[in-house]
Design a protein around this ligand. Sequence first.
Ligand code: CP
Length: 305
Amino acid sequence: MQLQHLLDTTTLSATEIDELLLDASAFISPGGSIASPSPTLRGVTIVLAFFEPSTRTRLSFETAAQRLGASILHFTPDGSSVNKGESLRETFRTIEAMDVQGIVLRHGQDGVHRELASWTRMRVINAGEGRTSHPTQALLDAATLRERTSTLKGLRVAIVGDVAHSRVARSNVDVLRKCGASVALCAPAELLPKEAWVADLPVYASIDEAMSSADVVCMLRIQRERMDASLTLHMDSYRNSFALTEDRAHRFPNVIVMHPGPVNVGVELDEAVLDLPQTIIHRQVAHGVAVRMAVLNRYLRSPIA
Ligand code: CP
């Protein structure tokens, strides 16, 4: 399978997702650490272009590229000629002219990745797009769950929190269902999307209901940076009905706890939950490296001619 650009998971078949997850599992050693592969991307240059903040995605792509032997360039708008008025298109053409083969791109505006992929010779890897998609996050979530449960077939997953502003939720629904899991949502009405992609998903009215029914809860942060200023949330009421408190986690010890990060401790999740045996949040980070190694390998081994 040779793939061109990773723009969204919706363009990946269940078989392609399975192959990427199998590739990623080969980068995890039997002890659970990240394996040292051969440098399959030696001679390849990749730019990490992040127009929004990131810790996990940016660093895991960086270490993934390093482990595969690629050369890495960093682009951030602060300190770049974007601040002198250079357009996005001309910025990308400038990067491309430096003989860069791949661009790992995070951007807050929907459509930027697709527009770039329509003309560039670089392979475009989506590292987060607006509220729409975060494909490698969904792949790493599936990879982490497979480590814990062996298969996703028949698994009941509840996505809890600010679904409306989450690019992770949308990509996760797509990947988890293609892997055979069933997905439900759990959020207050004002944090549920009104769009078609949620129309056939069951909705739990509270996290207690979700944890009584689901095998896995994927907790989401309240994404204030993407919220309409007019939206007011009553945080006491939110915590009462939707936060994963230590007490709740202890009442449902068999429910696996995930979170894409960053976690707002004390808001959607209590700090003590991070260290419980049912919580796999830091395994998600480790699988993030393995999945991004698998993605870079698949998409960049043969650059576009
Ligand atoms: N999950 C995620 O995308 O985290 P970062 O914003 O830290 O990359």
